[in-house]
Design a protein around this ligand. Sequence first.
Ligand code: HEM
Length: 406
Amino acid sequence: MTSASVHQVPMPEFPMSRAEGCPFDPPPGLRDLQQEAPLARVRLIDGSTAWLVTRYEEQRAVLADKRVSADAGKPGYPSGGQIRQGSGNPIGFILMDDPEHARLRRMVTAPFMIKRVEAMRPAIQRIVDDLLDTMLAGPNPVDLVEVFALPVPSLVICELLGVPYADHGFFQRSSRSLVSRTVPPAERMASFQGLHDYLDDLLAEKTARPGDDLLSTLTERVKAGELTRSDAAGIGVLLLIAGHETTANMIALGTLALLENPDQLALLRDTDDPAVVAGAVEELLRYLNITHNGRRRVALEDIEIGGQVIRAGEGLIVANDIGNRDPAMFADPDRLDVTRDARRHVAFGFGVHQCLGQPLARVELQVVYGTLYRRVPTLALAADRDSIPFKHDAAVYGVHELPVRW
Ligand code: HEM
């Protein structure tokens, strides 16, 4: 072998960029890695390395494995320069391991159970109808994110938690900064602290005057000595951010994807079958997979996944966006097909950290997608597609603005 043929292939970097003009598809580099092997070594922004898990089956295996940790404070956790929220200063329980994770998660599970969330459907429908009444009576064109996509989940999560919606400007701004990849870490930390203090003050008020809401039930746990006030505030931060950031992006990005696929939009607009709407929601969750930064874990022991030995202390990133486009799992995966059975997608993760709010997100999206296009059948983009600002810079993907007219 000549020295010229012994060239070193540079390690791929993560995160990667999407292809120009393909805002709904994961970066093509992820597809290349997936075709080669279920796991690949990648370099993160801070120069550290991790295993990127690209195939669906191996992704579920990692996320279900008790020998991997979600604790960002553990050595080897692949934060890649993002905020380190270790055990000392956690955002709720999302970055904790069992049994502490399970203990805290159980304290807030009840309001997110399917039955309880189904009981909220009429109230969510009212919120959606009222916002659309206001939108249709107001200026045209308008930014759908501002007048609809953000207010729907913000109003719902505020009601559920007992957070005054009047403060939405503050918590929406703080959340946006916290999930941004371009805001400097110190600034993101300050946003986290601001939200934490805000929730802590609210918990103090609710301790004195409890209401019929989730934060008030947490104050009972604090009084019983099962939870510190700081942990309760951390859980509040997690639920507040997760409760509106994610669903809001699904509403706006989902609408854009449907406007670009008018045949699919027509299927949704022209049905009054709730099962068709529910199926479309699952497919949009799969196709768009807005949590595009990967689920992050670190191996606690040596484990073997997809024929690859992962050593204890090595980081793992489960790229669920490309997992949801794995052709071994979903036929013709890059096609948006609202009639396919997409229910086994990993857009809500898998395993013990699987999204707690998924029943709520599902009902919100079913109500939104089942109402918006029927009530506003002439909905159309009011800007050039190329001018739409996409959230390449955020942990949760979507659009910053969506100008629409009708
Ligand atoms: C379409 C909307 C949503 C998407 C795509 C989404 C996605 C996800 C994903 C992928 C995870 C797993 C994280 C991991 O494994 O590291 C997760 C966890 C979580 N989500 Fe969601 N989510 C959505 C809506 C919501 C809503 C409405 C809430 C309600 C407050 C919520 C609350 C949570 C919580 C509390 C966790 C942490 C669960 C745990 O660590 O045990 N999410 N979500």
